[in-house]
Design a protein around this ligand. Structure first.
Ligand SMILES: [Zn+2]
Ligand SMILES: [Zn+2]
Length: 116
């Protein structure tokens, strides 16, 4: 069981120099998440206060990182940021195993397409 003070930066492990901003959408009173920004590596991510698997509903999910690739000028793809995703051992065992093995950010689900 983890508490609310287990907060560490998934990018660099910083657990002190973090700032959080509660996301408040007036239209969604049920939304419970905080955007956390690491003062050491400037990674920011959304911390879901009660992450659940959207497929089976379990709260026994694992935190992992996924790269967000945004298209930049020209043909180069550059990894600009990362986000935290939650992997369900039941519904997403392959990606979870991959994450556990490499412990490096997962590739984006899909690369951005050229859009004119
Ligand atoms: Zn960090
Ligand atoms: Zn699941």
């Amino acid at each position: 069981m983890v508490g609310v003070d287990d907060l560490t930066c998934p990018g660099c492990g910083e657990d002190d120099n973090l700032s959080g901003r509660r996301d408040g959408d007036p239209g969604q009173p049920g939304a419970k998440s905080i955007t956390v920004t690491c003062g050491s590596c400037e990674l920011s991510w959304v911390r879901d206060l009660a992450p659940r698997c959207p497929t089976c509903g379990t709260d026994d999910v694992r935190t992992a990182l996924q790269s967000i690739v945004e298209k930049s000028r020209g043909t180069q793809l550059s990894i600009q940021s990362m986000r935290v995703v939650y992997l369900c051992p039941t519904c997403d065992p392959e990606r979870l195993a991959d994450w556990n093995q490499t412990n490096s950010p997962m590739r984006p689900a899909e690369l951005p397409h050229d859009v004119d």
